[in-house]
Design a protein around this ligand. Structure first.
Ligand SMILES: Nc1ncnc2c1ncn2[C@@H]1O[C@H](COP(=O)(O)OP(=O)(O)O)[C@@H](O)[C@H]1O
Ligand code: SF4
Ligand SMILES: [Mg+2]
Length: 471
């Protein structure tokens, strides 16, 4: 897709170099007070966002996923400062913007824009497209070079709409086209950070990919940084560099995209992933592979003690009810908050007795789904082994010495166990830990250790090669 050159009027210089921290969030909280009675006394609070830390790097796309009610939209509104945080800190380009007033926020309003979920309610039906897309210029008192109309028409063509439709009204457009109008409006002031809250959830599946691809193209062309919120991992999969998984106001896992898909460590991430529709027609009906989450997300008014996911987790043990697991970097590029992570060594190996709730939850986890844990590890291990083999061959052709030494470390261990797939991962690759899916728990999860090298759910099978992000 070609994007017409930008007129200089609304152009801002991009300050943060690619990869540098653009936005940093520390201990961010939003508690909505619950008030009752004539005196409107506060009787409690909805802990929508309850202490999260992350950063967004310039030029990247951070995907944020989680079930409905997990606090994703609240988080999006906090970082765009549409909401005032209860506690914590938001820094944009190194500047503390946590409590900036209207005046202080004015320059920032140009740099940080939001795209909303519902393209029907987010566009005023009484305004023309021209008025809608030009609103940011009026609000900021910006006069683009060549005039507002010319710039708006340029923006319409940038998002794939006919510039001649300037005078039409929102009802004359389809959902996908309306979302393009919302994108054009967000891009008007050439922002640095765009927060898109479920930008395609309200659209037909057939249109979703077009809009996601448009966002991706625009990012490459305009050097944008995105936070894309979705309840579904399939939407953010191809466009994200990193993904944060939220549950009940907390980040459960934050990882590089490929690590997250290949070796998810948090049980909640695994559950979300198994809810992603399987694109391979040969495997479509394979419902039994899914991990079903029991019940709804608990109320954020009184979140469960310890690990918030313990009431629905099939691996929960006693420690999960009492001690909140910190979000820790267990592998370079992968932070996880779990006592008994998947695809990694157990963080609380002393605690092995499953909670009753976990046993019930595990009943909802099919044999296949449990076997997936092993399959995932096996798939990663196989990949790591292939890399190791390729390296060995390369070494073999270069020096005989290296040929003698290098394979010795990996093959010895590989032959020591029955499944060489799994153990052969004992290389220096980051996927190493995946070799032993640590499952401290009893019965049900133990099945997940079953080696099923050809298990149906090896994620590689569903992997369409994600388009190269080119950065
Ligand atoms: N303005 C508000 N007042 C009170 N509660 C709110 C408000 N906005 C959101 N919530 C509550 O905060 C929780 C998180 O909501 P939200 O951020 O919209 O989640 P998500 O976008 O992940 O679905 C929900 O329980 C929701 O009901
Ligand atoms: S194993 Fe424990 S800490 Fe990990 S997600 Fe389940 S309940 Fe939380
Ligand atoms: Mg939402």
């Amino acid at each position: 897709m070609t994007i017409p050159a930008q007129s200089s009027g609304a152009t801002l210089t991009k300050d943060a170099a690619p990869g540098e921290t653009l936005l940093k969030v520390t201990g961010l909280q939003k508690h909505f007070p619950i008030k009752k009675g004539l005196l409107q006394r506060q009787v409690g609070a909805v802990r929508a966002v309850d202490g999260i830390d992350f950063e967004v790097r310039s030029g990247e796309t951070l995907g944020v996923v989680g079930e409905s009610g997990c606090g994703k939209s609240t988080m999006g509104r906090l970082i765009t400062r549409l909401l005032e945080p209860t506690a914590g800190k938001v820094e944009f380009e190194g500047k503390d913007i946590t409590h900036l007033g209207v005046g202080g926020m004015r320059p920032l309003r140009r740099d940080v824009q939001m795209i909303f979920q519902d393209p029907y309610s987010s566009l005023n039906p009484r305004h023309t497209i021209g008025t809608i897309v030009s609103a940011p210029f009026k609000l900021q008192g910006v006069e683009p070079e060549g005039g507002v109309k010319k710039e708006v028409q340029r923006l319409l063509s940038v998002v794939g709409l006919n510039p001649e439709h300037y005078n039409r009204y929102p009802h004359e457009f389809s959902g996908g086209q309306r979302q393009r109008i919302g994108i054009a409006r967000a891009l008007a002031l050439n922002p640095k950070l765009v927060v898109a809250d479920e930008p395609v959830s309200a659209l037909d599946v057939s249109i979703q990919a077009q809009v996601v691809n448009l966002l991706d193209d625009l990012q490459t062309e305009l050097g944008l940084t995105y936070v894309i919120i979705a309840h579904d991992l399939s939407v953010v999969r191809h466009v994200s560099d990193r993904i944060a998984v939220m549950y009940l106001g907390k980040i459960m896992e934050l990882a590089d995209r490929d690590l997250l898909y290949k070796t998810p460590m948090h049980p909640y991430t695994k559950a979300l992933m198994s809810a992603v529709p399987i694109p391979d027609p040969a495997r479509r009906g394979a419902k039994s592979e899914r991990i079903l989450l029991k019940g709804d997300v608990p109320s954020p008014i009184a979140p469960p003690s310890g690990c918030r996911f313990h009431t629905r987790c099939w691996k929960a043990t006693q420690i999960c009810t009492t001690t909140e697991p910190p979000l820790k970097e267990l592998r370079p590029g992968q932070q996880v908050a779990c006592h008994h992570p998947e695809n990694f060594e157990d963080q609380a190996p002393q605690d092995v007795v499953l909670l009753t709730a976990a046993k019930e939850a595990a009943e909802l986890v099919s044999e296949d789904a449990l076997a997936e844990s092993a399959a995932t590890s096996a798939a990663v291990a196989a990949e790591v082994e292939a890399i190791a083999e390729a390296n060995d061959e390369a070494t073999a052709t270069s020096t005989d010495e290296a040929n003698d030494e290098a394979p010795a470390t990996s093959t010895d261990e590989a032959t020591a166990a029955s499944t060489d797939d799994v153990t052969a991962a004992s290389t220096d690759e980051p996927g190493e830990e995946a070799a032993a899916p640590a499952t401290s728990s009893t019965d049900a999860p133990a099945t997940s250790k079953t080696d099923t090298p050809e298990a149906p759910v090896a994620p590689e099978a569903t992997d369409e090669e994600p388009p190269a992000k080119g950065k």
